[in-house]
Design a binder for this molecule. Structure first.
Ligand SMILES: [Zn+2]
Length: 489
């Protein structure tokens, strides 16, 4: 359906004629900036014109949205190691081919364990009987029947950690009530700081609680909403020699309800039943699609996203939006009259959600050719528009990146002088291994209202924002692939 077609020259001239009009239209868009003139000794007038044409075409093209629709409809949930994950690997290869990528392949990823979610039920038994909405945290063990215990609240993970190790919580259910919604970032902290604090309890709380004798860990869901559903997410696994206790997240309204009961000073007893189960080793794969550069394939720019998702929604914003925008950005470049000078690879990583399994396996396999990855970026923050670009390139390349940036500035994107980017999510592992990286910071929209919940579904995608997102990546990476620049130096 989206098979690569070269643009006919008549189409090009029509598009060139309307692109002037479009630029006038986009000038009215909130947050957009006027065109900045380029230094043609760095980016030629020809490349500039082609890039503007590509950008304006991308703003009209719904491909990125259509890809998310296809993934969420035809595959749906795709937690690593599940049948949905296998369907996603087949889907991605087919989609790359339909979109006209020149090379498509997979690289297998071994996983030491699988997991069955099972059912999660809970209720307050006393003093005031209520049903509680909760969900198991990833790779939690089950409760082996009903687990009944008194709830002990800790406002933060640090408060739980302050309890001496041993028996002080024997038989109790430790409840960390930290609320991302109520967290106020300190001066200089990003709006991600509140999420980071929440993931500490989600990741390690079960081990810290078990060392103090607790029978289970509950956390308030890590999210910014007050919906009556829970946000799942990964625990960082169990530790040898520490009892494996069940861990679950409860919905924000139920967390507040439990806090209100505890405030009355009487013991609050909860009954919970999780049928989750850790299973044996399994296998997944990273999927790679390449637009081969006209000067060969041994140097490539990389666009990343993760193919896996949590299993209760259909992974539209996390990370269908990344898959859709990155595949579409490269596909739009492939629809141009000729291939860019250097190759562009789209890397769809396995197992990001459970701790960067795919990228770790990728780095192991590619440790001798990290230098061939000449620059990269990843979308793993939903489908919102980009508001700020920060580079992480060599000193000599910085003026070049600054010049390319001018071509996406009209999309409402600011420039940061920090030049300390390491790349988002999976791509940060390559960034730390020495690959020049870019951080395209996005508007979060309502990302953390839906993240890791049953409500992460296709209707949350904002098509206009996805087109802006995709246009920025297509434009920037086309020019970066066209220029003969070493971004490390
Ligand atoms: Zn993600």
């Amino acid at each position: 359906m989206y098979r690569n077609k070269q643009l006919h020259s008549t189409t090009v001239s029509i598009l060139l004629a309307v692109s002037g009009l479009l630029m006038a239209t986009t000038a009215f868009t909130a947050g957009s900036a006027p065109h900045q003139s380029l230094d043609h000794s760095i980016v030629s007038a020809e490349i500039e014109n082609t890039a503007i044409l590509l950008r304006e075409r991308a703003l009209l093209d719904n491909l990125s949205v259509d890809i998310v629709e296809s993934l969420t409809t035809e595959v749906g949930p795709r937690r690593i190691g599940t049948p949905g994950d296998k369907r996603a690997i087949a889907w991605a290869q087919d989609k790359f081919r339909q979109l006209g990528f020149d090379r498509v392949w997979i690289e297998e990823v071994d996983l030491d364990r699988g997991w069955i979610r099972g059912d999660a039920k809970a209720a307050i038994v006393s003093p005031y009987p209520h049903n509680i909405v909760l969900t198991a945290l990833g790779y939690s063990v089950g409760t082996e029947g009903d687990l009944v215990g008194e709830i002990v609240e800790f406002k933060t993970l640090d408060d739980l950690e302050a309890v001496p190790e041993g028996d002080s919580l024997r038989g109790k259910i430790a409840f960390v009530s930290y609320s991302m919604r109520d967290y106020e970032p300190l001066p200089g902290e990003s709006n991600m700081a509140g999420y980071g604090k929440g993931t500490r309890a989600r990741g390690r709380g079960h081990v810290i609680a078990a060392k103090r004798g607790a029978a289970a860990l509950l956390i308030r869901s890590v999210g910014t909403d007050t919906n009556r559903y829970a946000h799942t997410g990964s625990g960082y696994g169990y530790v040898d020699g520490v009892e494996k206790i069940p861990a679950a997240a409860i919905s924000p309204p139920d967390a507040i309800l439990i806090q209100n009961m505890l405030r009355r000073g009487k013991p609050v007893t909860l009954k919970m039943n999780l049928t989750s189960k850790i299973t044996g080793p399994t296998r997944s794969a990273n999927i790679i699609g390449e637009i081969t550069g006209r000067e060969g394939s041994d140097e490539y720019l990389v666009l990343g996203a993760h193919i896996d998702s949590w299993d209760e929604g259909t992974g539209a914003i996390d990370d269908g939006a990344g898959v859709g925008s990155m595949m579409a950005a490269a596909a739009l470049i492939a629809q141009m009259e000729q291939r860019p000078r250097r190759s562009i690879r789209v890397l769809l990583f396995a197992g990001e959600e459970i701790g960067f399994y795919g990228i770790r396996s990728y780095i192991e396999r590619h440790k001798n050719d990290v230098h061939e990855h000449i620059m990269g970026a990843e979308v793993d923050g939903g489908g919102g528009r980009i508001h700020t670009l920060t580079s992480g390139v060599g000193k000599n390349a910085l003026p070049v990146v600054r010049e390319i940036y001018k071509l996406i500035a009209p999309l409402g994107i600011e420039w940061s002088d920090a030049n300390d980017a390491k790349g988002a999510s999976d791509m940060s592992v390559l960034g730390k291994a020495g690959m020049p990286a870019l951080d395209f910071a996005q508007n979060p929209n309502d990302y953390f209202d839906y993240h890791h919940t049953p409500n992460d579904t296709f209707d949350k995608i904002v098509p206009e924002d996805m087109r802006y997102l995709t246009a920025a990546y297509a434009t920037f990476f086309y020019v970066a692939a066209e220029l003969d620049v070493d971004f490390r130096r």
